[in-house]
Design a protein around this ligand. Sequence first.
Ligand code: PLP
Length: 387
Amino acid sequence: MIAPVTSAPAASVPPDLAGAVLTVDLAALQHNWRSLAAAASPAQCGVAIKGDAYGLGMAPVGRALWAAGCRHFFVARPMEGADLRALLPEAEIYVLDGLFPGQAEFYARHRLRPALTELGQAREWAAFGRRYGHKLPAGLHVDTGINRLGFGPEEFRALLDDSFLLQGLNFTLLMSHLACADDPAHPLNRLQRDRFDALRAALPGVPGSLANSPGIYLGPAFTHDLVRAGIAIYGGNPTPHQPNPMKPVARLEATVLQLRTVPAGDTVGYSASWQATRPATIAVLGAGYKDGIPRSLSSRQDDGPAQVFLHGRRCPIIGRVSMDMMGVDVTDLPQGAVKRGDRAEIFGPNIAIDEAAAWAGTISYELLTRLGSRYARHYDGIESEPA
Ligand SMILES: *Cc1c(COP(=O)(O)O)cnc(C)c1O
């Protein structure tokens, strides 16, 4: 049995002493997994839990997903895999970075399945298995057009032609990764799928996996046997330009450190980049780029479009985001409404992570994975019993 998470990690900061509070809604996370699993069905729904669960905390996220019924997990690095193994003794764990040189023993000890990306890795894994008398399970990652990791067509052919090598390998997954799944009209999607399907024919019986989160929404021809959902699990929109079918999972709130009144003509913050055009009330929030708030959320002189949500209203971010703080214009809130210690939402239920990321000139993935370590972390929502 997996012990439920009852408290935040030991290193966490008490909320009343934190400049910002990150709340992760584990019930929403589980809901998102179930709805992606339904969308991908009859394929199974695995989860990319790499990067500390996209910055949200691998331990509570991993336990919540296991409890919801998720059995397949994808990490980037072998160390992430070892950490996840300690948490989930029975999970199927694939290492997307492949096999690191000389580290087969580490993978085997933690029962990690490398997603083998080239012949040298395949040879090393097979040789290790032979030495220890086991044919160890592994994924086989083929490149179908993104040109990052994976066997190219010629290497794949060479693998198929090497019957001794093939006999030493136990492929439990054939996978490839889409470059443009977030753009359903992009011709590369269909091209990659056609190439993937052609390669699959050479390894009948090996389960296939192509789709990431947006790939699931490209339709049943893309889901194969197992999907690898990432950002959508964490609340990002897998259907760009359409309403987000996912529930928000992460909420980041920054504490009001001080309120100040600024006369018209005064400037706020470094480089005096924002100037008050009327007498203004400014709330200084305790979150900055050290906390993962992109400096590119800073306003331009036109007030910029970036906003926070405070007392039921969107308020513009003004001036430069600095290391530990940022300013917001609360002049349009009722006088006296904002108090020291209040919390402003930077993203969450009222400001979508995709929206905040776009203001900063980036994507939800980067916004989440760059979140800082200095705020209080709070995990909400019951983790239900294992299914
Ligand atoms: C990160 C990753 C995923 C998950 O992608 P999302 O777009 O977050 O759903 C799937 N497959 C591979 C190979 C990845 O690296």
